[in-house]
Ligand binder design. Structure first.
Ligand SMILES: Nc1nc2c(ncn2[C@@H]2O[C@H](COP(=O)(O)OP(=O)(O)OP(=O)(O)O)[C@@H](O)[C@H]2O)c(=O)[nH]1
Ligand SMILES: [Mg+2]
Length: 303
């Protein structure tokens, strides 16, 4: 995907928090202003804790620099937001690069967050970048789930490895690894069944899939990404915490960002989990997935 179109898509998330507007219409930086800013952030779903921490830092820098101009205030907010995102290891790094080791990405999350769609979108991006993807139907829970992935595979002309409904999901992953080894594919994207984070047996099943896949691919580059629906707001944060405590997550993909008027949840999740946001979903089509960029995101919030 060319950079121009990434910018265009990320432009959709601009101005969500209204921070830029508030700063532009304000002239004095008194307690009222800071309170209003905090309210905006909380309404925008960044969470109370994040809002408080962020503002504490912004206020102290504004005071130390004796900054008065609107643009200077904006710059301080930008600086602090960027620093907080950038101190998370791996944030904004391209994960689908050519001629890297073989790669395995396991997508997990609660029901309906967009795992299957994201798997398909990732396969498309991977292929455009010269990788040879396989989609792995490890959601064996429902026949419809397998069909959904197969139909994406047909549309995108990407190989899908599946077994019959009710099969052990770990064995489907095993099949896919064997198939990649034999066929030369180098980019496995594993779609798993949605599950409630509070059900221990379902979380254990994911643990098993991850363990088996990891043991079988010592030289591969491996990732476990939590797929979070941005619309679920603070509830998404609770899910993220529980998944993060139970499983070795390496990143987060935030979907349905096109459907939320808010968007601050991205900041809260990244910070709470100390995990990079890998991609952002901005629609239902195969091309509606963009790599997360700190610069684009922060500028978007403040333009
Ligand atoms: N607007 C929008 N819709 C999305 C996005 N990602 C996924 N969807 C839609 O969300 C719905 C659920 O997506 P799926 O990919 O089936 O979700 P899932 O996590 O695989 O669901 P389960 O397998 O049932 O847990 C579908 O209608 C998708 O088209 C997105 O970024 N934006
Ligand atoms: Mg699914």
């Amino acid at each position: 995907m060319v950079l121009g179109s990434i910018r265009e898509k990320l432009a959709k998330v601009r101005n969500r928090l209204g921070v830029a507007n508030l700063i532009s219409k304000s002239k004095v930086w008194d307690e009222n202003f800071w309170e209003e800013l905090e309210d905006l952030l909380i309404q925008g779903d960044v969470g109370v804790e994040y809002a408080e921490n962020l503002l504490k830092e912004v206020k102290s820098r504004v005071k130390a620099r004796k900054t008065q101009k609107q643009n200077d205030i904006k710059d301080v907010v930008r600086e602090v937001l960027k620093e907080r995102l950038e101190r998370i290891e791996g944030m904004g790094e391209d994960v689908i690069v050519e001629d890297e080791a073989k790669k395995l990405i396991i997508l997990i999350g609660v029901n309906g967050t967009g795992k299957t769609t994201t798997a398909a979108k990732l396969a498309k991006i991977a292929r455009e970048k010269g990788r040879r993807p396989i989609l792995v139907a490890a959601d064996t829970f429902r026949a419809a789930a397998i069909e959904q992935l197969k139909s994406w595979g047909e549309r995108l002309n990407v190989k899908v490895i599946a077994r019959e409904p009710g099969s052990d999901p770990a064995s489907v992953v095993f099949d896919a690894i064997k198939s990649a080894e034999a066929g030369g594919e180098d980019f496995l994207i594993v779609d798993t069944a949605g599950r409630i984070h509070t059900k221990k047996n379902l979380m254990d099943e994911l643990g098993k899939i991850i363990r088996i896949a990891y043991n079988r691919t010592p030289s591969w580059n491996k990732e476990v990404w939590l797929v979070v629906d941005a619309v679920t707001g603070q509830n998404g944060l609770i899910q993220a915490k529980t998944f993060g405590e139970a499983l070795p997550l390496t990143g987060v993909t935030l979907t349905k960002y096109d459907n939320t008027a808010k968007g601050g949840i991205l900041l809260a999740i990244a910070e709470q989990l100390n995990l990079p946001i890998k991609y952002v979903g901005l629609g239902e089509s195969a091309e509606d997935l963009v790599p997360f960029s700190v610069d684009e995101f922060v500028s978007g919030l403040l333009e």
